[in-house]
Ligand binder design. Structure first.
Ligand code: ADP
Ligand code: ZN
Ligand code: ZN
Length: 740
């Protein structure tokens, strides 16, 4: 692609408005390239736009001139290339993809921020002398001097005033006397102040880590595309390999992009990174203010910052000379955008971006996605195995408890088994910590047999039937099969069923625990207790510093957190994931269970896991308890093949949303019919049904699923979907969720 368009007198641009069609403007002699951002006049307004092409002749007679150039936010050539791929693959208009690539703050106007910075003007010795000469105990000047003497270079005025707990006037006095200097400087709002981190040396790698690093280093040197799965059990030291791979990349002057799940983008992760590198690192996360994001983006674009860490959308950071992309926990659902098109998966975008740039992409996981693991089997990706925990401590000892026996003993649905209670008590006595995990998803409108705990499934699709209250029916949300709940019987034990919708909540667990162990200090981490900014970090620190004995949590505690003093993990309802009617439910259950179990025994003491289930016969639970991914994969793959689910066929989910229920229903049936009429040979159509989440934000939701051998067939079908002004249509290619 010829990227420079500066010699062309006319330009084709896409404006940041909802106009898919390129517009033509006259260049005013600016030096521009594809991806340059400009301001152009449009209907009496000045709007932002992206240059996509240079033209010798205008495509429109009365072209206007571009207004000006936005130097600081141009999209790089490689991002433009990525955008066209995304537009094709995720079936989304190019203009919409472009706006996804630009951080939200750049779509608005953002100012550079200036702040006062205080520096020493006189030599340090004279400042010490001056401080010593002030005998008055609470002298504000003395306090200011004490703070500033601790700083190497200087300090922001606001921070100085905060630390010294004084007003500005003593600072002014010291400035007047010539001891200090006050200047206005542009602040970088994107970075942690580096003085806060003590650099730590590299760890000596064990032989498996060493082999992985050597392979990655070799690939980095080749400057060819390569994808490597770093397949390591929890606690095997994947992060150490990432860190040293980043060092290698930096020594080759390559830029680095490090993606982690949103939930793992905690102080802990950032500290680990910052404590290894003396250079600046940009941290991109959704809590950044517009100003902070703007600064980070500018620093990255200018090449001043070469290491970027962030969650999903950080994959679009304009890192210069990008040579290494790392995706940690590559299977994680948070890498997938689902609320809005393009429904991209940052993990897959990372692979494509690395391919375009001839870069290396490391995907790390203890429980890789089926897609990724399949790619290693077909030699599309390399694989490095880390089979041992890095600190030589063994994997935790996992015990599976059959809760049906506990229910019988207690004559009710039990929350805790006797074994778990005994183990908790032991920990309280020894002063060790316990983590209790409660899964809140899955008890969702699903039929469970009270005698044998079998779930009611669709014969055709192997997913659970779900209850639809409005119609009072049980339905398969994939093929639309329905059944009268009154006439249902258990296919396993043949007894008549009673329905059960809700499992216990974290609050209930907390109350029960406090009643059982009055002296225990209990913390709870779930959506309710982490609503406020910083509360997640606060809870994390509180537990880590041993201010509590037991932490109860949901999905949030499963990922990435490192608590060395936790020696017991209790999984209260291991099977609830399996009740979600989705072909990935076993895969997701396996991932979650191994992650939670992996939280135990990460420090110097061995860990123990109590896994409570009412489905002890399910293989996935046994495989997860041993972190036996390979056997789980082989068994599950047979089912996937039988029902032709991904990775055997490609899938596409069409979600229809409308505020009008009837209209949605009619359109859904009509669309099913239309698609069936134009069906490509290799396509399976799952007709219109309601989504598991039938209504969200006032919008009714329904869906049609398509499955095909060839991507092009899916695309042909999607192109047949007509537009309807009252119905929002969302196309999700490679959906991670087919239910909610
Ligand atoms: P993973 O990301 O694979 O779950 P981590 O990278 O968090 O594992 O490593 C687990 C623990 O082992 C961490 O506390 C880490 O500091 C430590 N560790 C990693 N590699 C080594 C090593 N080579 N020698 C000693 N300790 C290590
Ligand atoms: Zn079905
Ligand atoms: Zn039964």
């Amino acid at each position: 692609m010829e990227s420079s368009v500066d010699t062309f007198p006319f330009l084709e641009v896409l404006v940041d408005q909802k106009i898919d069609k390129p517009l033509c403007y006259e260049n005013r002699g600016y030096v521009l390239s594809i991806g340059s951002r400009v301001l152009v006049p449009l209907r009496n307004k000045i709007v932002k736009a992206t240059v996509i092409k240079g033209l010798l002749k205008p495509t429109f007679e009365k072209t206007a001139k571009i207004h000006s150039v936005l130097e600081e936010e141009s999209l790089t050539e490689d991002l433009m290339e990525l955008a066209s791929w995304m537009s094709e693959y995720y079936m989304t208009p190019y203009q919409k993809v472009l706006t996804t690539l630009l951080p939200a703050s750049l779509k608005k106007k953002t100012q550079k921020e200036e702040q006062f910075f205080v520096e020493k003007k006189a030599p340090t010795a004279s400042l010490i002398e001056l401080a010593a000469s002030i005998h008055q105990k609470n002298s504000p000047q003395k306090k200011v001097l004490e703070v500033i003497l601790k700083e190497q270079k200087g300090i922001y005025l606001t921070k100085l005033l905060e630390l010294a707990a004084v007003s500005k006037s003593p600072v002014d006095t010291l400035v007047k006397k010539g001891f200090l200097e006050l200047r206005k400087i542009e602040v970088d709002r994107s970075f942690f102040q580096h003085e806060d981190f003590i650099l730590t040396p590299n760890k000596v790698l064990n032989s498996e880590q060493q082999i992985a690093l050597e392979k990655i280093s070799l690939k980095l040197g080749e400057k060819k595309f390569h994808a490597e799965l770093l397949f390591g059990v929890t606690g095997s030291g994947k992060t150490e390999v990432y860190l040293q791979a980043i060092q290698k990349a930096r020594s080759l002057n390559l830029g680095v992009l490090f993606l982690v799940p949103e939930i793992a983008l905690t102080t802990q992760t950032i500290e680990r990174l910052n404590s290894r590198f003396s250079e600046q690192i940009a941290v991109l996360h959704h809590r950044l203010s517009d100003g902070e994001r703007f600064d980070a983006y500018r620093g990255i674009l200018s090449g001043k910052i070469s290491i970027v860490i962030g969650a999903r959308s950080a994959i679009f950071a304009p890192v210069q000379n990008l040579g290494l992309i790392i995706v940690d926990e590559e299977q994680d659902g948070s890498f997938k955008q689902t609320e809005e098109m393009p429904c991209y998966n940052a993990r897959d975008v990372a692979i494509v971006r690395a391919k375009n740039l001839k870069a290396v992409c490391i995907l790390g996981s203890a429980t890789p996605s089926f897609e990724t693991f399949t790619n290693t089997k077909h030699d599309k990706y390399g694989i490095s195995n880390l089979t041992q925990r890095a600190k030589q401590n063994p994997l935790p000892d996992v015990k599976i408890v059959d809760m049906r026996l506990e229910d019988d003993k207690k004559k009710c649905r039990a929350l805790f088994s006797d074994l778990l209670l005994n183990k908790i008590e032991e920990r309280l006595k020894k002063g060790e910590q316990t983590l209790l995990f409660l899964n809140r998803r899955g008890f969702f409108k699903c039929q469970i047999c009270t005698t044998c705990n079998e779930t009611l499934k669709c014969d055709q699709c192997d997913v659970c039937l779900t209850y639809h209250k409005g119609e009072n029916i049980l339905a398969c949300h994939l093929c639309g099969y329905t059944q009268d709940p009154q006439k249902v019987f258990c296919k396993k034990c043949h007894s008549k069923e009673t329905m059960r919708f809700q499992g216990p909540g974290t609050e209930q667990v907390e109350r029960a625990l406090k009643a059982l162990f009055k002296e225990a200090r209990v913390l709870r981490m779930d959506r309710d207790t982490t609503r406020h900014k910083g509360s997640h970090d606060a809870l994390y620190r509180e537990f880590k510093s041993q201010k509590a004995d037991i932490l109860i949590g949901t999905q949030m505690i499963a990922k990435g957190l490192d608590f060395p003093l936790v020696t017991l993990v209790g999984i209260l309802n291991a099977d609830s994931m399996l009740h979600i009617p989705d072909f990935r439910s076993a895969e997701n259950a396996f991932q979650l269970l191994s992650q939670v179990a992996g939280r135990a025994g990460r420090g110097d003491f061995p860990g123990e896991v109590i896994l409570q289930t009412r489905l002890p016969d399910y293989q996935v639970i046994h495989h997860a308890s041993k972190e036996d991914y390979k056997n789980f994969f082989d068994e599950e793959l047979i089912l996937r093949k039988q029902f032709q689910y991904p990775p055997f066929k490609k899938m596409c989910r069409i979600i229809l949303q409308s505020s009008q229920n009837d209209l949605l229903d009619r359109f859904g049936s009509y669309l099913t019919h239309l698609l069936e009429k134009h069906r490509e040979e290799d396509v399976d159509i799952y007709p219109y049904t309601l989504c598991g989440l039938t209504k969200a934000k006032g919008q009714h939701r329904g869906q049609i699923l398509l499955k095909a051998l060839k991507f092009t067939s899916l695309k042909k079908m999607v192109l047949k979907i007509p537009k309807h002004e009252k119905i929002k249509c969302l196309v999700d290619v490679d959906p991670l969720q087919t239910f909610f």
